[in-house]
Design a protein around this ligand. Structure first.
Ligand code: CA
Length: 230
């Protein structure tokens, strides 16, 4: 798959070469940057379709870079990280990254994540009806049908369901979901989320161990699984 123009921000030459090689072999045009400063310069002068950003960079770090990019651009961003603490990933996602890959990663994994992210951002149409197999969510009337049967949700349950279903495949952090559904003052009320998520799963007949729709990303958040990635 050709990803268009890809910005690769990575200071380690071996990893940079590897990623650039993989992407060029896919037919993509690659702009490589070894620092955040160079990345900002590149972004200033070139249209980029997707960016891969290493978190540990000399000069301005990856997190700061993402925050700066997000002040003017909604380009899809995947973070490349060798730090594997949950806090680092949450910080990157909250800064505006769309997803992350932990180093070392396989070529297939990189390509699959990029493809999923681009497919999702390309499809941000505003059809009031969302369809996931036999599950239908009617955003205009706030009605949810599973196998043709109407499911009853409280308003907050419905809002949570829709917030996820509107962002299939994307890792949605606890903070993002809480702010989206309950409001800015609720960003740390993780208990709410757990309770509501359990209710949603029960009503949808979803199983957290073998999820069909809602996947838990331990310590980070949740993903609504798009049909094609099951
Ligand atoms: Ca690095």
């Amino acid at each position: 798959m050709n990803f268009g123009t890809v910005l690769v921000v990575e200071d380690e030459p071996a990893i940079r070469r590897y990623v650039v090689g993989v992407l060029e072999a896919q037919g993509s045009r690659v702009r490589a940057a070894e620092s955040g400063e160079v990345a900002l310069e590149t972004l200033g002068g070139n249209a980029v379709d997707i960016a891969l950003v290493d978190l540990g960079l000399p000069g301005i770090d990856g997190l700061t870079l993402i925050r700066r990019i997000r002040t003017w651009s909604s380009v899809p961003i995947i973070v490349l990280t060798s730090r594997d603490t949950v806090e680092d990933k949450v910080a990157a996602l909250d800064a505006g990254a769309d997803d992350y890959l932990t180093k070392p990663f396989a070529e297939e994994e990189l390509v699959a994540r990029m493809r999923a992210l681009l497919r999702r951002t390309a499809k941000e149409e505003h059809d009031p009806t969302l369809q996931f197999g036999d599950l239908e969510i009617d955003s205009a009337r706030h009605l949810v049908h599973l196998n043709g049967e109407l499911l009853k949700f409280t308003p907050k349950e419905y809002d949570l369901l829709e917030a996820m279903a509107r962002n299939p495949g994307k890792l949605l952090t606890h903070q993002w979901l809480l702010q989206k559904v309950w409001g800015v003052g609720y960003a740390t009320e993780s208990t709410y989320l757990r309770v509501y998520m359990r209710q949603l799963r029960r009503k949808l007949g979803d199983d957290s161990d073998h999820p069909r729709w809602i996947m838990t990303e331990t310590g980070l958040g949740y993903r609504w699984l798009p049909p094609s990635e099951k």
